[in-house]
Write a protein that binds this ligand. Sequence first.
Ligand SMILES: *Cc1c(COP(=O)(O)O)cnc(C)c1O
Length: 393
Amino acid sequence: MNQLFRETWIEVNLDAIKKNIQSIRRHIPKQTKIMAVVKANAYGHGSVGVARHALEYGATSLAVAILEEGIVLRKAGIVAPILVLGFTPLSRVKEAIAWNIELSAFQADWIKKADKIIKSTAFTNRLNIHINIDTGMGRLGVRTKSALLSVVTALTSSSSLAWTGIFTHFSTADEPDHTLTKAQHELFVQYLRYLKERGFELPTVHMCNTAATIAFPEYSADMIRLGIGMYGLYPSAYIRQLNRVKLVPALSLKSRFSYVKTMLTPPFTISYGATYIAKRGEVIGTVPIGYADGYSRALSNRGFVLYQGRRLPIAGRVTMDQMMVSLGEGSGKQGDEVVIYGKQGNREIPVDEIAEMLGTINYEVVATLSNRIPRLFLEKGVVVEISHLLPEG
Ligand SMILES: *Cc1c(COP(=O)(O)O)cnc(C)c1O
């Protein structure tokens, strides 16, 4: 740990990721494959480390949101299939083929232009395409059967593209009301049937995110797209309460006091805006993390950290790179460890609790952790890999 430039770090418990993948694996049909969703730096956990280990633990492919994220994985030497879930501009199609990364598409015109672009290159491999169908997410995807037919026709008549997947995405699979999810599934099945009736042989069919996988394992099809559950977080309180799959959070966020002082003489003001006035004799610890690290400024005077088995409240505003906490009349010293998210002894600050305080979801709390924080990957408590801002750091 001495090699850290600043003593704030994320620990990613790979054994938890392994357990989560195995728990999901037991919940779905044997033949269903697992695509590990590692977009947004693996939901803040560190994409290369997570991707590499998820493949080792049983995932057979990876998904990212944007092509650039896929290229990062390829540059790290990952050879498994990688699918881009979002929209890729035609200007980037050459990079997709160069790096052998699969793209999502839903427009015949895009398919035809992509075909031309690839034909103009020297690449001999095909660009793999998964067709996205909008059954109620309203984000990206084919919206009519006739549009689907033109996309599939363009795709199957191309010699430079290959049709490797077809998918949809649920908008409410994490909610107790199943009406829309069932309607989305039914619509998706109708689209698939429509293609089969026209003689098309379907490629890999997939629709389930974590919530749908847990609530509707019967929708698992050829492959599931496992995101938040792999990281040990539930997509919603409802999905947790179903009590079907046990998930173990993989991420902890930790730091060490960069300074501890007893407030004996003025000034007693703490941080910007002087919103916190320490009492005479109060002990204040400085923690080197701030909102630029993804620790929300909205936690000013509200959040807390764990230190020696107790919760210390944040004193004053969270600044860009640092914040202060109150040790009250307790004592502490520079270099002592604090836990910001995760467990310390038998106490815990769950990411879910922070999300609730912030009026958001656990996804956002972890996905916004910045790349300034080093990620330490642990197996059986031993650090096996570190990712730093400086690759050689
Ligand atoms: C992010 C995403 C997923 C993963 O969702 P989780 O809820 O994290 O499991 C799956 N599919 C698509 C299209 C996504 O954008």
